[in-house]
Design a protein around this ligand. Structure first.
Ligand SMILES: *Cc1c(COP(=O)(O)O)cnc(C)c1O
Length: 391
């Protein structure tokens, strides 16, 4: 056999292992000092009550002969798809039921969707970015070109007619920067993709953090998007499903004359057996009115944390974006420190752990990501430490 040598081209990600190592070393030397972690990209609040009840009820059903279920539809149960369809409709987007595919999360689908595209395609990825886009394409041996996201464009790069790409990744609200495209900006990407017969892979994992009604939560709010875009969404950040696992992907039938919708159905029915019935019942509960109310409380909790962090940075004139429609705050390291210098500086002096921006791409150098996924108490303590230290 011959191995897929493209795997040799994936760059080792030392980001989170290096962070863990540095933190462990510091703790060993300073056992009395409390470290506050604002680097995590994972939720911390538990599942909401209606979800837990739905999960339990569904488990009970599975233990009774009359209501037991075996293999389900690979693309998801109708009861969940219709809830997601209604969720889109409430934001002004009409989707057919068979354009929605339930999955075990956005990361899997973002990788798996590449089965549908030739390896000859050129991929356009913003820098800095969520590393999954780059690594999955590198594994397949696709050519990747980067588009700069930087302070000059507020970390929202716009299409360039001189750049030819077939597959375009957009993540809005963005991880790691928290930047969000407005409708006019997204329209330019949609027009560019339609004109160049490219496909946009739109990652909307953080759409639930958007509160400004004028900002698009789905790419399908943009005219022309159904002929050029596939959308990936997830209950991970929306409802704390990072460990429970459920998401969805929208493949419109207007895209490539329905070919991609058919291919994705074929791909999923061949290689995927669907999300567990119990989990889909839990996901369904997220979309009930009680579920929406409960998840909103959790999202508000994170947003309030973000506000506290943002306020202290503002007070000390530290350039930053994000936090408003995103759990992430992206700041410029003060005094021209590099990302890792600032990491060490915070750890050594005030025991706050964040994520060096350079870990997300070359344009992330000199920047730093803080997250609002910590507890209120820890966030408040971190903010007090920052206030004293920066003042
Ligand atoms: C967390 C995250 C997701 C969600 O991934 P899941 O596999 O659904 O947990 C997707 N995209 C980005 C950019 C993320 O940060």
């Amino acid at each position: 056999m011959n191995i897929n040598t493209n795997y040799q081209n994936i760059s080792d990600s030392y980001l989170f292992s290096t962070i863990a190592k540095k933190v462990a070393e510091f703790s060993a030397k300073n056992p009395d000092k409390k470290i506050i972690k604002l680097g995590i990209g994972d939720v911390t609040l538990p599942l909401c009550k209606v979800v837990v009840k739905a999960l339990k009820d569904a488990s009970d059903e599975m233990g009774v002969k009359e209501t037991f279920r075996g293999y389900g539809p690979e693309q998801g149960y109708e009861f969940l798809k219709s809830k997601i369809q209604a969720y889109y409709k409430s934001n002004g987007t009409n989707l057919d039921n068979d354009e929605i595919f339930i999955s075990d999360g956005a990361k899997s689908d973002l990788g798996n969707i590449l089965d549908l595209f030739s390896t000859n395609n050129t991929v356009l990825v913003p820098d800095p970015v969520y590393p999954v886009y780059v690594d999955t394409n590198t594994m397949a041996g696709r050519k990747i070109i980067y588009i700069d996201a930087n302070a000059d464009n507020n970390f929202l790069p716009m299409p360039d007619e001189n750049i030819k790409a077939d597959i375009i990744y957009i993540c809005s609200p963005n991880n790691p920067t928290g930047a969000v495209y407005n409708k006019d900006q997204l329209k330019k990407w949609v027009d560019y993709a339609n004109k160049n017969k490219a496909v946009i892979l739109f990652d909307s994992a953080y759409e639930c953090f958007i509160t400004d009604e004028t900002l698009p939560r789905s790419i399908y709010e943009i005219e022309g998007a159904k002929t050029c875009a596939i959308e990936f969404c997830s209950l991970s950040k929306m409802a704390g499903f990072t460990g429970t696992r459920c998401g969805w992907t929208v493949v419109p039938k207007a895209l490539a004359d329905g070919v991609l919708n058919k291919m994705w159905l074929r791909r999923q029915t061949t290689k995927f057996n669907g999300v567990p019935y119990i989990v889909q019942r839990g996901a369904e509960a997220v979309f009930t009115s009680d579920g929406q109310k409960e998840i909103q409380e959790n999202l508000n909790y994170y947003k309030e944390n973000a506000k506290l962090i943002s306020e202290v940075l503002k007070k000390h004139n530290i350039w930053h974006i994000g936090g408003k429609h995103s759990p992430y705050i992206w700041l410029k390291c003060p005094n021209n420190m590099t990302s890792w210098e600032f990491f060490d500086y915070l750890l050594e002096n005030i025991q706050i752990v964040g994520t060096p921006g350079s870990g997300f791409g070359k344009n992330g150098e000199g920047y730093f990501r803080l997250t609002s996924f910590g507890s209120r108490e820890n966030t408040q303590q971190a903010v007090e430490r920052l206030d004293k230290f920066l003042g």
